[in-house]
Every structure is written in C-alpha cells, then in structure tokens.
Unconditional design. Structure first.
Length: 586
C-alpha cells in the first residue's frame, strides 16, 4: 500500500508540490501504519494458542439453514425418511435433493455455501495447530498442548469426514498447506477416497492417543469420542467406497470390521450408556446426558445472558407451522417412515409394512400397533406436539398439505411451553446437535458383529435398544400406550447373517429416524438406488385423510454410479479453473 501512495506523491512533485512532500509522506505513513481498531491482529491471535483452539470449537455451531453442519438436507431429504416441506417445492433450493433427478453442480446453490464454510472451519483448525506448534508449550505446558492438539485434530477430522461424506474426493488442506500458502495449488484428486479416509483416521488416532477419557470442560472432545468416530470411519470403509458397483455385502472388508469392534468396545466400556427413556434424549434438559458422546453445544439466552444465546440456527426452518411463532414446517417425515414403525406381534412388518397407508389417531386404537418410537419422532394430527396436550396438533399445522402432507418432525425441537428464542422471521432452538450418541455407536457395533458372525451378541445389543423403546411409554406418551406394541427379537431372527442384517438395518432406521443419517446408511450398505427408486414409485401416491400429496416424486429418480455423491459446486470448480475434477456422472 505504501508504494501506491509513494507513486501518488511522485505525481505531486511533478505538479509543483515538492515542498510539502516530506511532511505529507510522513502523515500518510503514520495513517496507514495504525493498527485497525476493534479487531485482533493475526500475529496477536496466533500467539494465543488456547484461544485459537476455542475459535476452532466455535465453528462447530457456526452454521445456518443454507449450510447446516448436521446435514439434515443431505442425509434425510435425500432418503425415504423425509420430505423437504415448506411452502412448496420452490421454497429454498433443496428440492433437487428430494428428487435427485434435477441435482446439478449449481442446483442447489446451497452446496457451495456448505463447501465454503466447512473449509473455513478447517482453516481455523489449521491455524490453531500452527499456534499450538509455535506457542503451545511456552504458554500451556507440554501436556496440555498435546491434549489441545488432539482436540483440534479431532475437530478437523470431523469436518473432513463431512466433506468426504458429501463429495468423495476433496482437496486435503492441512497445516502444511496453510503455512506454505498452497491452497490454490491443492487438487481434489491428489488422494483417492480411501487415502482421504486414511488421513482422517490417522488424525482421529492421533487424537485418541493423547485425549483423556474425561474433560473438565463440557463439550470438549475426549478419547471416547475419538474411538466412536474411528469406529464410524472404519464402518464406512468396510462396506466399500460408496459407489454401488464397489459397495455392499460382497465387498465387506472383515479386517476393517474388526477395527469397528475394537473401538466400539472402548465406547461400550466407558462412562457412556443408554439413557433410560428414549424421549428424554431429545429434550434440552438431557442434552449432555450419558447418551451424548459428542454434541455441538447450543444454549438459550437465559443460559448465557446474551440476546439470542448460542442458538441452533441450522434447524431454524424445522419448527411446526402454527405451533412456533416462526415455524416454517420443513423436514417432514414421509408416509413410508411412518409405515415402517408398524408392528405385528411387537415385531417389524419387514415385507408388508408399506402395502397399506396407515397412521394412528389419538384415542382411537385399532388392531394396527406401532413401535413407541413413532410417537417420539413424528408429530401427527390429533396427538400432543412433543408430549404437551395444550399444543395438540391438527391438520392446520401444515403449510402445504397438498404437497408435503401433515406430519412434523419432533426430535430437533424443544417443548413449546419452554418458550422460544427467535428473531423474526427466523426461529432458533437451544437444542444440541448430536454428532455421536451412545445408541448409534452400539448399533455400529451390532452391525460389525453381524458381518463377522457374532449374531448372538448383535441380537443382545439390538434387543437392549428395543427394551429401552418398550420402557419409553409411561413417562411421555401415556396417551398412546394402547397403540404401542414392541417385542424383543427371538433367537429365530438371528440364525443367519441375511436376516440379522435386516433386523439391524431396520433398527437403525427406527432408532435414528430424522437424525440426518438415513441416506448415508443406505449408501454404505449399497442399497440406495433400489430403496429410493421403490420409495419414489410408492410415495407419490400418499394420502392422509383424503388429502393427496408428494406427487412431485413422479419426476424423481436416483442413478447408481452417479448420485452416490453430490456434485462438486460449480463455483468451486471455476474458482481456479482446472484445479478440481468433477465427480463422475455430473
């Protein structure tokens, strides 16, 4: 900048202003050398390693509905669990996710925001690592520095797992790339999918080796969280690379499944466990219970004495219409999902669950019984919204029933009576986002046990999950008690891998429904195309009490060999032309 002004001064000399040159140049130098006010300089920030680590943590919840880090549009709207919702198919740009057939590198454009903000998060992690390297031991001591480095490696791997989960091959930008300023020379095809996953695993292992089992500060990563994430990474890799041609039962890697068992055993023998009532898991007063291994921490303004608190803005659209002041009625459960909760003699109706459209009506029990978790997961007309009779849902609590039906999502919202934090026209909730919860990890373990032949132990885990569901009626959903029936699996359901696998996959769907991961499960198992195309064919005929909806699915189609991963955003492809390679099929 000084050279620009000096060139300007030279012009002044030519115009006869030489006498004032020296004093003017000094004045300009003094002006431009002043440190900017109200911001911290990079040098000062980098000299504060613990604060840099805090800044990396802050990115966990620094998201928005157009780039929600919990991935609800990517993991649920893309699956058979959820419809987009809102005022119609053009409300937000997420509609291509629910039909797949119109998904391109520029549609939805929200993908570019997700990519950008995930890399911003990685940038903070890289800066924190450099700060710890330069100043950590002097300011924090060797032991704490090692722990903080483990936390940052955990965070960076968490963000990278999401990037690879979405886009398969992405540029690996680590602290060395940051120090060398070579971000714009780093290709996305430098490493294969497997090599990227191994890099993520290496960082999680480094974190696992140094992190304590318990942290004094809530919300920090610990050894058990690193073990759980390692299990998730190994399980993802054990089935294949995600593309259906290379993924599924015939591609299972038994050695990687053993790694899943190794690290889930660490979780099993830790301080974490099943929370006694399924409904409590999704109430803010239980958000850091023994069920929560790692979660993005959120708060209300009453918790931290700020205007809006550290609210969860990623789910701002997903409040029920007419229940919340700014409930925009997105993320709506599908009829297929509701039907999946049907039971006969207490067990799932695997083969004929979707033959007939059914839904419970409060106070009118029928011969059709339901898994209790339906009433904790799906808001339905005639039933109390999130257990509160004063907020009983009606058919008026849907914005566009002719497009998206009458169901509402319950898990990501608090109870209405507890008040609300909102900034009109947006709604925010003080709900944590689970990254890893205990039951999820135990079902990962059951999955690995089945694929390695330990069917009896897998059955024990799945039945423990079902027993908790069976015990989760009296406290919150007593009004639905006469509509619930759930039983434990007998030995006969676990006589071979194929049937045991079906039980496990069904259990993951019911237990984790509307928690943003259904599509990634279908892709991991290599059954996304067959499941989704069958779903599109049937769901377009949905009817609730005479109202048809979801007919837009007539234009939906999932193409194996292409749609397994999302296209790299158009803007990123052309930011540095030729640097990135697009995913196949796009």
């Amino acid at each position: 900048m000084k050279s620009i002004y000096k060139a300007f001064y030279a012009g002044l000399v030519g115009c006869g202003f030489a006498a004032t040159l020296t004093s003017c140049e000094k004045a300009f130098d003094d002006f431009i050398d002043v440190e900017p006010q109200g911001v911290i300089s990079e040098d000062l920030a980098m000299s504060q390693p613990d604060e840099m680590v805090t800044a990396a943590y802050a990115k966990l919840g620094d998201d928005w509905y157009t780039y929600p880090f919990n991935l609800w549009p990517y993991g649920d709207l893309t699956s058979d669990d959820a419809l987009k919702g809102g005022s119609g198919t053009t409300d937000t740009n997420y509609h291509p996710f629910e039909v797949w057939s119109t998904l391109t590198a520029s549609t939805p454009d929200h993908m570019d925001e997700m990519w950008y903000h995930l890399y911003c998060s990685i940038s903070r992690c890289n800066r924190a690592l450099v700060s710890l390297e330069q100043y950590g031991e002097d300011k924090l001591g060797a032991q704490l520095t090692a722990v903080r480095k483990g936390e940052v490696l955990f965070l960076r791997s968490h963000f990278y797992f999401k990037l690879v989960q979405l886009w398969n091959q992405v540029p690996w930008v680590d602290e060395e790339v940051y120090k060398n300023h070579t971000e714009e020379q780093t290709r996305n095809d430098e490493f294969t999918h497997e090599e990227l996953m191994q890099k993520i695993i290496a960082d999680f292992k480094a974190a696992y080796d140094v992190l304590p089992e318990r942290q004094a500060d809530g919300g920090r990563a610990n050894k058990i969280a690193a073990a759980a994430y390692l299990a998730k990474c190994y399980l993802t890799m054990a089935w294949g690379d995600g593309y259906e041609a290379n993924t599924g039962v015939s591609h299972i890697n038994q050695q990687l499944m053993q790694e899943v068992l190794k690290y889930t055993d660490v979780v099993k023998n830790s301080q974490y466990g099943y929370l006694e009532d399924f409904g409590d898991i999704f109430l803010p007063e239980y958000k850091n219970s023994k069920e929560s291994i790692f979660a993005v921490q959120h708060s209300g303004y009453e918790d931290d004495n700020t205007l809006y608190g550290r609210a969860n803005w990623s789910n701002m659209l997903n409040g029920c219409w007419g229940i919340w002041s700014c409930g925009w009625d997105f993320h709506k459960p599908s009829q297929n999902l509701v039907n999946a909760f049907k039971t006969k003699d207490g067990l799932p109706m695997f083969n004929d669950f979707n033959n007939e459209i059914s839904f419970p009506v409060n106070g009118m029990p029928t011969d059709q019984k339901w898994d209790p978790r339906l009433f904790h997961t799906v808001g339905m007309p005639t039933f109390p919204y999130k257990y509160e009779e004063e907020y009983t849902m009606t058919k008026d609590n849907s914005r566009t029933p002719n497009t998206y039906g009458y169901y509402a999502s319950l898990k990501e919202v608090p109870q209405r009576s507890k008040g609300e934090t909102f900034d009109n026209p947006w709604q925010a909730f003080a709900m944590n986002d689970y990254v890893l919860r205990y039951t999820d990890v135990m079902l990962m373990r059951a999955e690995a046990l089945i694929e390695t032949g330990a069917l009896g132990e897998a059955r024990d885990i799945i039945n423990a999950v079902r027993q908790r569901a069976k015990n989760s009626v009296a406290k919150h959903i007593q009004y639905a008690a006469n509509q619930c029936e759930i039983a434990l699996y007998p030995d006969s359901y676990f006589q071979n891998k194929e049937q045991a696998r079906q039980c496990l996959q069904w259990e993951r769907r019911l237990e984790l429904a509307m928690e943003n991961g259904r599509y990634f499960d279908l892709r991991r198992w290599g059954i996304a195309s067959q499941t989704l195309n069958k779903f599109f064919e049937v769901e377009q005929n949905s009817v609730y009490d005479g109202q048809t909806y979801a007919q837009y699915y007539k234009d939906a189609h999932y193409t194996a060999g292409k749609n397994e991963y999302f296209p790299l955003p158009y803007i990123q492809l052309f930011y540095v032309p030729g640097l990135y390679t697009q995913n196949k099929g796009y």
